[in-house]
Structure formats: C-alpha cells, structure tokens
Design a protein around this ligand. Structure first.
Ligand code: DLL
Length: 433
C-alpha cells in the first residue's frame, strides 16, 4: 500500500528539482540561523547562494555526532526555542547527549514519513498497532505513534519491555501490526510459544516494522516463520528525525529512502569522496525540510549501498541495502550506543587493572548481554578470593558510572586472553549480525 503516491512515485526529474529547491532552503536556513553552520560557512567562505545544482552538495561540509555534542544543548537549532514543540536525545553514553528539536512542521513531517513506513506493512485505519518501541527521549516510540495516528490506526502505546503483558495485549486486543526491535520480536515469539499462543492460535498479527539495530535475513526468516507475519526493515536515526528515513516495501529488496525529505549519499569513509550508486560505503544524509535542527551531510557511519533499479511496488525513490556494519567502532547494546573505548577508559582508571581485556556481546534468549573479560595480574591472581571479588565489583561500578549501563565483568587467568600481532580484537560480537 502506498501512502503518498505523488511523493513516493515521483518522476526522477521532478524529484531532483524538488530536492534542489529544498536543499537551497535548508542551506540558507542553517547558514543564517545555526551557529555551527554559520561559522563553518564563514570559515569556508561558502555562500548558500552558490548551491545551484544537486552536485554542489559536495561543496558543503560534513556534520558529525561530535558537532552535535559540542552544540549541547540548543546549539544546532535553527529556530528560537519557543518554536520547538518537542525534543529528543540520542541514546549515546559519552558525555553530553545529542539534542534534536522539532517544530510543529517537523512533527507533521515525521508523521508523514512514518505513515509511509507503516503503510508499506499494509497498515490502515482498521489496524491495531502494538508499539513496542520505547516512548520517551528515544525516537522509536513517538515516531511510530505519530505515523499510526496520521493513518488513523489504533495505536497501543505499550512501549518496550513487560513481555508477559505484551503477549496478553496481543491476544486480548487482537493486535494486527507490531513495531519493536527485531531482537525483541524474537524474544516475544519465544514467550508467545511458551504461553501456547504460537503456532498461531489466538493471535491476529499480520506484519511488523523492525529496526533500530542491525539484523539479518536469518532473523527475518525466524520472525516471519514463528509469528507467520511479514517482517519489514525500518531505518532511521535521531539526528535526522528518528525512525522513518527509510523502510522496506513488501518486496523486501532494500529500504526505500524518502528522498523528498532526506538526501542520501554514500561516501568512502577513507577518502570522503562520494561513491557511484551501487557501491558500498558510509551513508551520509541531508535533511531537506527539517526546520528545528536541519542537518547537512550528516555522517551516519552506517555501511550500505544505494540502488535505483525499478521496484515492483512502483515507488521511484532510491533504495538502500540492509545495514551491514559501521565505519566507526560504535556498538549498540540493548538500544544503547557504546564505544568500546569508553569501557577501556573506565577499566584503566582502576588501579592494578591489566590492559588485557575483551568485550563479548551475546544474545541469549534474544536479549543483548555484554560481558567484559579482564585479565588478572599474577599478583592479583594469588590474592584472596574476597579481594578479587571486591576488585571485580569495583570495575563493574566504574564501567556503570561511565556508560550508564550495568555490565558483567569476569576476571580471567593471567595470559589467558588471545594476543594479537596487529590490532587487538577487543570486541567479540556473537549476535550474528
Ligand atoms: O534507532 C531510530 C529508530 C527507531 C529506527 C525505531 C528504527 C526503528 P538512534 O537510537 O539514534 O535512532 O540510532 C540510530 O541505529 O545510525 C544505525 O546504526 C542503527 N539502526 C537504526 N535502524 C537500523 C536498521 C533509532 N534498520 C542508529 N538496521 C543508526 C540497522 C539500524 N541499523
């Protein structure tokens, strides 16, 4: 089902001219009102009026997560705070969070793109959407909420967690569409099986939009076969708007990017040059109609490729391949963004910690678990158990203070962790993603 045929099936030349018009307006707005861009454009002697074709986008500077962090809290806003009706922050754990602001028109835009995503899953006003993304500062909950309400579907704002209740609601209210992370969907399937609801007895579930973290075709197969539903991939990020940048249609051959609002490029993370369509690199996105926090050439760090061959659904907008990795070492654990270097810092702050450690991420029962294995020094190894346990807890506490997440620390024998001749492999991600 196509929510907005005019926008999603626009002929290429029309789309390009709309994109150029909106790009010029975004550059003007950012250059005049956002202190960060104002300074950057001045330093580069860049005049917004010099953007006269879409190719000129390469004249514009990139924006990084650090730029947003440096602007904390409202330094990236293009309008006075009184025009901002909502704020979201990213789930990152280093220092200050990144803050994005939405004007009334940004919220409308968000509802529009999310209505397009949910329509791809066949959602109509007759559907009951169980929204299992977290409500709050995370964008998942409210993003889906606005889209569901735009369509006029019935949204159940259950948020994440409370699995037993999720299963009851699914059965009692007759949920037809579900939205949550793919790992949580599998966890729900397992619980539904335990409760005897699966294989499909008393549930009416038909489809779902799953995203916010990396997942695989294998996970899709599992979600689809356990629930007997269509499982679609949804992509987005706080800096751009939240969920709703792109979504798969029923043909599941890449995620359609809503190009009338988000301008995509794929660059080489090494040379920073734009790559031809079809080649794999880092996704860079520019907002075309955001007013609160316009974003110019935001480096997402997500690895993908763009494809423009026609899709059977009739949409003409470009598709991005499933995200397969990141160009930095950021990892997402239970929805929280973590840099291994933060853990390293927290470890090494503790006296007597050996600099030999490994971060192991697993997904038992479809929920992420992070374990930090730290080698004991020879001296420590022969110490009393009581002292060793105290030491272990001290490390756990310090990591928690740094990343705001309680993780398990295990102390291992001296010289037991693998040594490497080149770059040490600090993160072992066993989640099959
Ligand atoms: O995760 C927004 C979202 C909510 C998307 C609900 C989809 C559904 P952030 O917390 O800012 O925002 O995290 C954004 O998550 O740069 C990717 O690395 C990752 N990510 C999001 N969607 C996908 C996906 C939300 N479908 C970061 N596949 C992004 C792989 C994804 N990674």
């Amino acid at each position: 089902m196509i929510w907005n045929k005019q926008a999603e099936c626009m002929p290429a030349h029309e789309l390009k001219s709309l994109q150029l018009e909106r790009l010029r307006e975004t550059v003007r707005l950012a250059g005049e009102n956002v202190p960060h861009y104002k300074k950057q454009f001045a330093d580069m002697k860049l005049k917004p009026s010099s953007i006269t074709s879409l190719n000129d986008i390469s004249k514009l500077p990139f924006t990084s997560k650090t730029d947003l962090r440096d602007g904390f809290p409202f330094g990236m806003f293009a309008v006075p705070q009184s025009d901002i009706v909502e704020i979201h922050t990213s789930s990152g754990t280093t220092g200050k969070p990144i803050v994005v602001g939405y004007t009334r028109s940004d919220i409308d835009l968000w509802g529009e793109v999310m209505a397009r995503c949910l329509s791809m899953a066949g959602t109509t006003r007759d559907d009951i959407i169980q929204n299992g993304y977290g409500y709050g500062l995370f964008t998942g909950g409210l993003g889906v909420h606005y889209g569901a309400q735009k369509i006029g579907a019935t949204v159940v704002p259950i948020s994440a967690g409370n699995t037993k209740r999720q299963i009851e609601i699914m059965r009692d209210l007759g949920t037809t569409i579900i939205t949550c992370t793919p790992s949580y969907a599998l966890y729900l399937a397992e619980s539904a099986e335990e409760e005897g609801l699966l294989p499909r007895k008393k549930i009416k579930l038909r489809a779902g939009c799953f995203g916010a973290e990396m997942w695989t075709e294998k996970m899709r197969d599992e979600i689809e076969s356990r629930f007997k539903i269509m499982a679609l991939n949804i992509y987005g990020l706080t800096e751009l708007i939240g969920p709703g940048v792109a979504n798969e249609c029923e043909h599941k051959n890449g995620l359609h990017i809503f190009e009338d609002y988000f301008y995509p490029e794929v660059i080489s993370p090494e040379t920073l040059q734009t790559l031809p369509e079809g080649e794999t690199g880092e996704l860079v996105l520019t907002t075309l109609s955001r007013v609160g926090t316009p974003m110019i050439r935001f480096r997402t760090r997500d690895i993908t490729s763009l494809h423009r061959e026609p899709c059977k659904c009739g949409r003409t907008v470009v598709r991005m391949a499933r995200i397969t990795g990141r160009s930095d070492d950021m990892i997402k654990v239970r929805g929280v963004l973590i840099f291994p270097s933060q853990i390293e810092r927290a470890l090494l702050e503790i006296k007597d910690v050996e600099p030999q450690y490994q971060i192991v991420i697993t997904r038992p029962h479809h929920l992420d678990e992070l374990e930090v294995q730290v080698e004991l020094s020879k001296k420590m190894f022969s110490d009393e158990i009581r002292h060793i346990e105290e030491f272990r807890r001290k490390i756990e506490d310090n990591i928690e203070r740094t990343i705001n997440l309680r993780v398990k620390v295990s102390l291992v024998e001296p010289k037991s962790l693998p040594r490497s001749e080149g770059k040490a492999k600090r993160v072992i991600d066993k989640r099959e993603i």
